[in-house]
Design a protein around this ligand. Structure first.
Ligand SMILES: Cc1ncc(COP(=O)(O)O)c(C=O)c1O
Length: 410
């Protein structure tokens, strides 16, 4: 059963939702009863075999899990060092890891009798996953999406509408994920009785960071089993891209107790980690503060105002990071690096050409870091990176960045 994972000693958080100095529950009085109700329901579900049986049935028959672990032979040859494996979570139904978590939250919402689901989305993958599962269960779905993201992720907006969701463009701030999450939280406070807020990453107030991590941990759990079957041992290094940090926590969590496994999170370095904050590398270039109900590393100015940040990738364009990552960073269990837009674009193209896999721009960041370190590592070193999304949604952005007009391809 999936809940065997929780026997690990590094399971955090404490009863107040703290991972060391990070996390917690910084919410208004109106939200507090809802948060506590959710926590209580999740605690019950976590140890309920029938909950996990329903999850596993849907993971298998609806999502298509387990996703394959793939040895990237030509890429490995090309880099000339460590062996590179890809965890193929882009092959999930809806094209990314987001659905792993959405299923868990929606099963929970149904148990709680909630009929209206709201979500925020950046790249649109969490919105699409939420709209998909809502359609499957006949639930009303409202998705908040920054107006800027609505523009750059147009295929996903259409997908959500086809699936019956109402997509609300958010024009406040710079119209990206942070602003969408603000509006979703506002909606939740206003519609407390019938609404369930399905958060798409390991952020938000407790219990969301731990709950989303638990649902995403299926990724790392499968990697452990698949790597043991393929290589007879665990990987030496696991690498994943970080927006809020859910696919990364999902991969990392089952390895936290394996001290010999290196853990690397890759943030969006945008135009470079500089004083102008033209990046979204909250751990590499930010400092602790409070946003969206938890304390974590954030991009902020001297007055503590949240800065917008920048990345070519809509899914990494979040000025914060899940509190558990902030804690893993502080205790030194995981290492966090930043990859620029230019480096990610190079990795995107290499994956297309050498492996026949069009990656999303988010995992292209993880792959770019693999490209940096693999050549320096011995041939018996095993790296596993999470290919957490497919690139269909990004082809317009990539075409523009590479200087093509879409009309030119005919
Ligand atoms: C394909 C893909 N990967 C990664 C992310 C980043 O989210 P997280 O850090 O929660 O995995 C997103 C977010 O939209 C995404 O669509």
């Amino acid at each position: 059963m999936a809940n065997e994972l929780f026997n690990s000693f590094m399971t955090g958080p404490d009863e107040n939702g703290r991972f060391g100095d990070f996390g917690g529950r910084f919410v208004s009085e109106t939200l507090m009863p809802l948060i506590l109700e959710l926590q209580e329901e999740y605690e019950k579900a976590k140890t309920d075999d029938s909950f996990w049986a329903e999850m596993e049935d849907l993971w298998t028959h609806y999502v298509g899990r387990p996703s394959p672990l793939y040895f990237a032979e030509r890429l490995t040859e090309h880099l000339g060092g460590a062996k590179v494996y890809m965890k193929r979570d882009e092959l999930n139904h809806t094209g990314a890891h987001k659905i792993n978590n959405v299923l868990g939250q929606i099963i929970l919402a149904r148990r709680m009798g909630k009929k209206r689901i709201i979500a925020e989305t950046g790249a649109g993958q969490h919105g699409v996953a939420t709209a998909t599962v809502c359609a499957k269960f006949g639930l009303q779905c409202v998705v908040y999406m920054g107006a800027h993201d609505v523009e750059r992720q147009a295929p996903n907006v259409f997908r959500m509408r086809l699936l019956g969701a109402e997509v609300i463009p958010v024009t406040s701030g710079r119209g990206t994920l942070k602003d969408a999450m603000n509006d979703a939280l506002r909606d939740w406070v206003t519609n407390v009785r019938d609404t369930f807020y399905c958060i798409g990453t390991v952020a938000g107030p407790h219990p969301y960071p731990a709950m989303v991590r638990d649902f995403q941990s299926i990724i790392g759990k499968e990697v452990r089993e698949q790597m043991n079957a393929a290589e007879g041992r665990l990987p030496d290094t696991v690498i994943a891209a970080i927006g809020g940090g859910s696919n990364a926590m999902g991969l990392f969590f089952p390895f936290l107790d394996d001290k010999d496994v290196n853990i690397i999170g890759v943030e969006a370095g945008g135009k470079g980690v500089n004083a102008k904050m033209e990046h979204c590398a909250s751990l590499t270039g930010g400092r602790p503060g409070v946003l969206h109900g938890n304390r974590t590393y954030l991009l902020q100015d001297d007055d503590g105002q949240i800065l917008e940040g920048f990345s070519i990738s809509a899914g990494l364009d979040y000025p914060g990071i899940g509190p558990e990552h902030a804690w893993l960073h502080e205790i030194g269990r995981a290492k966090y690096v930043a990859i620029t837009d230019v480096e990610a674009l190079e990795a995107f193209q290499l994956s297309c050409k050498l492996e026949g896999i069009i990656p999303a721009l988010e995992p292209s960041h993880a792959l770019a870091h693999v490209m940096k370190i693999a050549p320096e590592l011995p041939r018996d070193h095993i790296i596993c990176m999470n290919m957490c999304g497919r690139g269909d949604k990004d082809i317009f952005t990539v075409a523009k960045a590479l200087g093509f007009e879409m009309g030119e391809f005919g």
